[in-house]
Design a binder for this molecule. Structure first.
Ligand code: NAD
Length: 430
């Protein structure tokens, strides 16, 4: 793998060369998606059926044929082989337990003048969950996106997933049943995002669209943002490992692979102060890579964006990690608790050598929808809070309003907003 030294003069530029831009800079994708959205807006379902025929090789006469009934979802769950059903149920249970901890309460306080001020939380009414399905199926994405919505109290969860050639993946259907999806439609791509954002005869318009997808899906979410809420725009997946040599080099190699196998643009980095250990990890990478089913993708990802980086010490590794704000950060060190205070930006932090990212991807409990491309500097993992909105509550009493009105009147006059000043002044009554 590529070797870098965190102290070398060209380190910053070498690292920058491994970045991919967050913004879609592909004009073709932008205009293709804009055309699809405009077409769905103009023609509605006939356009949706046409794109489904073209991109998913699925030819039906009416959109109702693309809706999966609640009975079919439940049947998929009950017919799943026992081992898969148990694993899916266990993952769903753990994800729900974690997300229930994120529920917060309304609050209010009395200002001492007779007024109550507070904040009220209400769930979004209807959300759309996009589950990718063009090249592979992702039941874990169903759980990670729909369970927090259900926990938040969303009344209607509409899921869309492309089903190329009409094949409905039983694990995806079963996950939808477990997660509490209310309706599912077998549509995908920009046309599905547009249908959710605009509404069609059969597919109801939603308030927010969440879930990952390819560049057409990501670009469509970007373009409909504002008409509906979106969770985030996901870039290629990333892992950064800070290692002190506590783990077997093979474990580190496999953890790097587990990210790199997602796609050729995924990024896998390992930072370590010990040159001999870096050598051992590199050797493990070369030894294990040929055994991997997706070795070509892994190799391409490691060549394009991967690196083994020697740092001065562990604190230096933490500083580099903070600058990158990785999606997944593994602290593969003997004392992760001592290192944690040095970390200030990462989507999910995996503590110690037994906490590999794969466990977080499927079943530990925390969400696997995480900020990428350095956006962990300002974004958080998908959570229950993404499916709630906050309203401020202002409840003034007759006496309590008077001192506030005096303040407001003065400030409004200073802004020459006469109606504001008079509206406030009308509350100044004996
Ligand atoms: P997808 O569902 O995102 O996209 C399939 C759709 O893309 C098709 O239905 C079609 O409408 C559209 N499309 C394909 N080619 C097109 C073209 N030329 N013009 C217009 N539209 C076109 O499925 P996918 O392609 O398998 O991609 C899934 C992506 O989601 C992958 O990049 C994967 O890594 C990512 N993913 C991310 C996470 C996460 O949590 N971050 C989880 C799972 C998957």
């Amino acid at each position: 793998m590529r070797r870098l030294n965190g102290d070398s003069a060209d380190f910053e530029s070498a690292l920058a060369a491994l970045e991919v831009p967050m913004d879609s800079d592909d004009g073709d994708v932008r205009s293709t998606v804009a055309d699809i959205i405009a077409d769905i807006e103009r023609r509605g379902e006939p356009a949706l059926l046409e794109y489904t025929r073209r991109f998913d090789q699925l030819d039906v006469d009416a959109i109702c044929e693309l809706e999966v009934s609640r009975e079919e979802l439940e049947r998929a769950l009950s017919e799943l082989p026992g081992e898969q059903r148990d694993a899916l149920s266990e993952a769903a249970k753990r994800i729900e337990t974690f997300h229930r901890k994120q529920l917060s309460d309304d609050w209010s306080y009395d200002d001492g003048l007779g007024n109550r001020l507070g904040q009220r939380l209400t769930p979004l009414r209807r959300v759309g969950v996009y589950v990718p399905g063009g090249k592979a199926s992702y039941p874990s994405s169903v759980l990670m996106n729909a369970i927090p919505a259900r926990v938040a109290g969303v009344s209607e969860i509409i899921m869309v997933a492309p089903t190329p050639g009409g094949y409905r993946n039983p694990l995806v259907l079963a996950a939808a049943a477990l997660a509490g999806v209310h309706r599912m439609f077998c549509v995908g791509g920009a046309q599905a995002v547009a249908a959710l954002a605009l509404g069609t005869t059969a597919i109801p318009r939603v308030d927010k669209i969440v879930g990952p997808g390819n560049r057409f899906v990501a670009e469509a979410k970007r373009q409909v943002f504002g008409r509906v809420g979106i969770d985030m725009i996901a870039g290629p997946s990333e892992i950064l490992i800070i290692a002190d040599g506590s783990a077997a080099p093979e474990w580190m190699a496999m953890d790097l692979f587990s990210q790199a196998e997602h796609d050729e643009s995924a990024q896998a980095l390992l930072l370590c102060p010990d040159a001999a250990y870096i050598e051992a990890v590199d050797a493990a990478v070369e030894r294990l890579l040929p055994q991997m089913e997706r070795s070509a993708i892994i190799r391409a990802s490691l060549d394009k964006r991967g690196a083994l980086i020697q740092t001065r010490d562990i604190a230096h590794a933490a500083a580099i990690s903070n600058a990158l704000a990785p999606e997944h950060l593994e602290l593969a060190v003997a004392d992760p608790e001592a290192l944690l205070p040095l970390i200030d930006a990462a989507g999910a932090i995996f503590m110690g050598i037994h906490s590999c990212e794969a466990l977080g991807d499927y079943c530990a409990g925390p969400n696997h929808v995480l900020p990428t491309s350095g956006s962990a500097r300002f974004f958080s993992p998908l959570g229950v809070y993404d499916f709630q909105k906050r309203s401020s509550i202002i409840h003034c009493s007759a006496q309590g309003a008077v001192p506030l009105a005096r303040v407001a009147q003065v400030l409004a006059e200073g802004e020459s907003l006469t109606a504001h000043a008079r509206s406030a002044a009308m509350r100044i009554v004996d």
